[in-house]
Design a protein around this ligand. Structure first.
Ligand code: FES
Length: 105
């Protein structure tokens, strides 16, 4: 499945991604600017914030309590804000677009 990251400068990065890998890991693997993933994906840093295409809301896992708590600290929180380490690529997410914010925490 393909995921498209839009970096803070507006450049699109379309990546053919393996199922089961988190969106954070996929972006880091490919050097996409605008995402850090400082905690390595355990939902404790919020430096993997992204705005996820609302069209896919029904296919996404719900935010855990920890994710909700961590998101409270990000600049410019929106309804479609997610931590990219908490979403794993799967076939149902083919074509997903993720906008990365102007700044991480
Ligand atoms: Fe740290 Fe996602 S990588 S919360």
């Amino acid at each position: 499945p393909t995921v498209v990251f839009i970096d803070p400068q507006g450049s699109e990065h379309a990546i053919e991604a393996p199922e089961g890998r988190s969106l954070m890991q996929i972006a880091i693997d490919h050097g996409v600017p605008g995402i850090l993933g400082d905690c390595g994906g355990v939902c404790s840093c919020a430096t993997c914030h992204g705005y996820v295409d609302p069209a896919f809301a029904a296919q996404l896992p719900p935010r855990s309590e920890t994710e909700v708590f961590m998101l409270e600290g990000v600049p410019d929180l929106r309804d479609n804000s997610r931590l990219c380490c908490q979403i794993r690529m799967q076939a149902a997410l083919d074509g997903l677009r993720v906008q990365l914010p102007d700044e991480q925490v």
